[in-house]
Ligand binder design. Sequence first.
Ligand code: GTP
Length: 351
Amino acid sequence: MVGGQGTRLRPLTLSTPKPLLPMAGVPLLEHQLTRAREAGVRRIVFATSYRAEMFHEAFGDGSRLGLEIVYVTEEEPLGTAGAIRNASEALTCGPSDPVLVLNGDILSSHDLNAQLAAHRKADAAVTLHLTLVEDARRYGAVPTAPNGRVLAFVEKSPNPPTNQVNAGCYVFRRSVIDEIPPDRVVSAEYEFFPALLADGAVIIGYVEAAYWLDVGTPAAFVRGACDLVNGAMTSPVVSGAEHGVLVLDGAFIAPSARVGGGTTVGEGVRIGEKAEVESSVLFSGAVVESGARVVRSVIGRGARISSGAVLVDVVIGDGASIGPGNELLNGLRVWPGVELPPMAVRFSHDA
Ligand code: GTP
C-alpha cells in the first residue's frame, strides 16, 4: 500500500512519496521489503497512486532486493481497501491462500510468520497485527475476545476501549479481497472491516508488541530514522552506523562539530566547525554551517542552514536557505526553495 499523498509529512512529500523518503540511507519502504523477504515473501504487488512512476524508478522489477515486484496503479486513489481490491488483479495465488498486506509507511519488527500461523490456525478471513500503545486515541482501537476474535473497530475515539491498535499489517484470505466493492473508494478501517465483522466473518487480532512505528508525521519520521541508526529498530539494510551517527558517502563533518543521537548525515552533506546536530536527518547535499544547532529536525536535499541558526523540531524543505541567526522551533515547516533572511524569525526574549 504505497499510494497515499502523505499530507502530514509535507513539504517532504511534495516531491517524494512517503514510502520513498530516505530513512537511514535507503527508502523507508526498503526496511519493510527486506524484512518481508527474510520472512519468506518472494513476490510483492505495489498498490500505487500518488507519484506512481517513482516507485518503479526506485525498485524496478525488484531483483536488486531479491524480490519480484509488480505494480498496479489506481487512476484515482481508491482508499486503503479499494486499493487492495484494485491491486488484487495482479495476485497469482489460489482463493484460500493467504495474502499479506502491508502499509508502506510502517516500521515494524513483528514476526510475520507468527501472524501468518495465527491466521492459518483460526482459518480466518482476515488477521490483523495489533500493537500496544499508551494512548490509543490517535489510532484504530481493536478489542478482541480471549480467543483472539476481533469484537469491534473503534477508529480514533476519545475513549478507546483498549490500547490494542491496528498496526497496518494484514493477512487476507485471497477470496475475501473479492468481497471489497470494486472501482470505488473504500476504507479498510472505517468501512470494509466493520462490514465484514457485521457479516459474522472470522477476523483475528494477532497481538505482538515488538518495535512498531507509524511514520506519518515529521516527529515520527525523525524518531524512526534515529531508531534505525541507534539500533532500537533492526533492519537488514542499515549498515555503517557508529556512535549513534550514520555518515553516508561524500559527507564532511568538521572536527569540532558535535553530531549524535541517531543522526543520519546524507550523501555530500557538509557540517561546519562547532555546529551541533542531534537526533536529526540531513538529506543529501544539505549544509549546516559553523556554529548552527539542529535538533530533532529534517533538513531537505541541498538546504542550507547558516551560521548560528538554531532549529529544534522543524522540517526544512529541499533547497531552502535559513539565514544566519534565525531560531525556528516547535513543528515549524519551511517550504522548498524558501530563503529566510538573516534574523527573520526568533523566539528568544533576548532577540
Ligand atoms: P496522510 O495524508 O499524511 O494521512 O498519509 P497517507 O496518504 O499515507 O495516508 P495513511 O497514512 O492513512 O495511509 C496508510 C497507508 O496506505 C500508506 O502506506 C499509504 O501510502 C496507503 N494509502 C492510503 N491511501 C491510499 C490509496 O488511496 N491508494 C493506495 N494505493 N494506497 C493508499
